[in-house]
Structure formats: C-alpha cells, structure tokens
Design a protein around this ligand. Structure first.
Ligand SMILES: Cc1cc2nc3c(=O)[nH]c(=O)nc-3n(C[C@H](O)[C@H](O)[C@H](O)COP(=O)(O)OP(=O)(O)OC[C@H]3O[C@@H](n4cnc5c(N)ncnc54)[C@H](O)[C@@H]3O)c2cc1C
Length: 260
C-alpha cells in the first residue's frame, strides 16, 4: 500500500534545476543533527515556497570527472557512464537576502551515503542537488492541524508550523532518540525512543493514540519511517474515523532499505 495520498494541496511547481553550490557552514544542532548551509548567487532563483519543499541530493563517486557547467542536461548525458546516488532532503531555511539555504541531516550512521556525507562535510565542499519540489499548502478550511513525524520530518514540521493560518490550533508530535535531540521549537511535543532504534519504536503512534485530539475538521500532515506512517494512518482512519483525504502521510525512509 502506498502511503502517498492521491491528492495534495501543493504550491505550483517551480522550474526544476540542478544546483552545484559550496557549503559555507556546518553546525551540530544536536548530537545527531547536522545543519549544512550552502550559499551562492544562483540560489537567488530558488524561490522558497516553504513548508516541506525538498530537493534531491546527487552523490557522485569520488573523483568523477563532472562536465562544466553541470546542469540537469549535462548530468543526464553522463548517465550512461555514471549515475549519482540520490537522496531527498527538505529545504530547512532559504534566505533570499543572503542566498543561503540550510539543510538539516539526521546522522544515523555510515550505512547511508547521505548521512555519511553529512558526518564529514566541511566548509568548501560542494553540494549538488536537483529541485525544488512543490510545497505542501495547509488547507485554510481546516479547523485544526495535526503534524507528526520522526526527526527526519522536523525540518518540514518546523516550517509548516510557521506557515499555518493564524489563530488555528496545531498539535505537533516529533519522535527523537532522547532529550538531547530536542530543539527549541515552540509547539512541539517531543517523544523519546529511549534506547529503541529509529524505525523500531511505537512512541509516535502510541502518543497519537493516547492524545485527546480536538473536534472539528482536521488536516493531518505526517512523514517518517514507513511502518510508523502506516500505523498512524490506520489509527486515524479506522479508529478515529478521519476522512481519508484529510490524512497525508509520506514515507521518508524505510527501515532496512536504502534510498527513497
Ligand atoms: C520528501 C523527503 C524529505 C526528507 N527530508 C529530510 C530531511 O530534511 N532530513 C533528513 O535527515 N532526512 C530527510 N528525509 C529522509 C532521508 O531522505 C532518508 O532518511 C534517507 O534514506 C537518508 O539517506 P542515507 O543515504 O543516509 O541512508 P540510506 O542509504 O537511504 O539508508 C541506509 C540505511 O539507513 C537506514 N536509515 C535511513 N534513514 C534513517 C534514519 N533517519 N534513521 C535511522 N536509519 C535510517 C535505512 O533504513 C537503511 O537501512 C526526507 C525524505 C523525503 C522523501
């Protein structure tokens, strides 16, 4: 079963481009979260639509002789010889005044190329990505919003919280390893796996199952590991009776599987 909803409210798609830009800053936000900032004049054209807007990172094998300029077309022309590994990441912050863009990477170990890259990246390295995607547009007709996810969804949830219509109630549940992984983001209820591995905990679905949720028309945005998404969706649809089209789960990663 796909966890992708049939219909989504999304911003208009911008022109898809390839961006090859330098990293200017790397910051450990928490022990397992690296914030990587890129900055380049070309990023002025990356019109930030906010919320869960994302890009596809390209990871080429070290030493690959890349064409100049590297564009979507020249990258595709190279595919018969070398195809990059791709991974999807959310635009955490786009500042059109400075042409800086932040990405927040969950550091989950060396088994994945994206996490391994984020462990080692230093200013001066380059980042290659393609995008951006359209962004989720919260439905202003909703009476209240439920946002839920593991730490991979935190960049999106943070941006969505600041984009919700004024005066509407929102509940945000975010699963992290432990209290050291919490960030100061107003309105988030933090849930700790407390020793369980990511993807093997039920704290998120348990918290939503136990929550006293508001009445009225909900809109639910959630993202994270596939099994958790399926469990929460089943609970909201089958036990709470929420209409299918009000619940928008996205699988961000799958336990034991590479790529997305
Ligand atoms: C639209 C979208 C937006 C996303 N935004 C972000 C974001 O802003 N920040 C972010 O960190 N992630 C984000 N993700 C999730 C990220 O793309 C995946 O976690 C991805 O699999 C990481 O790639 P990797 O190369 O590190 O690991 P992979 O090579 O994909 O996986 C290697 C192994 O690690 C496991 N694994 C993958 N991710 C995790 C994890 N988070 N915790 C524990 N184990 C894991 C896999 O199950 C596999 O066994 C997003 C995904 C999507 C679809």
């Amino acid at each position: 079963m796909s966890t992708r909803p049939e219909a989504r409210r999304r911003s208009r798609r911008q022109e898809t481009r390839l961006w090859r830009v330098p990293v200017i800053r790397v910051e450990r936000v928490t022990p397992h979260f690296a914030r990587v900032t890129v900055q380049h004049d070309s990023l002025a054209d990356l019109a930030g639509a906010g919320t869960d807007q994302n890009v596809m990172l390209y990871f080429y094998p070290p030493g690959t002789d890349l064409p100049e300029p590297l564009t979507l077309e020249s990258a595709r022309a190279l595919w018969s010889q070398v195809r990059p590994l791709t991974r999807t990441y959310t635009i955490r912050r786009h500042d059109p005044a400075t042409n800086e863009v932040d990405f927040d990477f969950v550091l989950h170990g060396d088994s994945g190329p994206a996490s391994a890259w984020a462990e080692r990246v230093v200013p001066g390295d380059e980042m290659i990505f393609v995008g951006p995607s359209p962004a989720y547009q919260p439905d202003p007709a909703a009476d209240w919003y439920l946002l839920a996810g593991d730490e991979t969804a935190l960049p999106a949830i943070t941006a969505i919280l600041s984009a919700l219509p004024d005066g509407k109630r929102a509940l945000a549940f975010v699963e992290v390893a432990d209290s050291a992984e919490e960030q100061s983001i107003a309105g988030v209820t933090w849930l700790h796996r407390d020793g369980a591995a990511a993807g093997e905990s039920t704290v998120l679905v348990d918290a939503i199952r136990a929550a006293l949720l508001p009445d009225g028309l909900p809109e639910v945005w959630m993202a994270g590991e596939r099994t958790a998404m399926l469990a929460i969706r089943a609970h909201l649809l089958d036990e709470r009776g929420y209409p299918r089209q009000r619940v928008r789960p996205t699988t961000y990663w799958r336990l034991g599987e590479s790529g997305n």
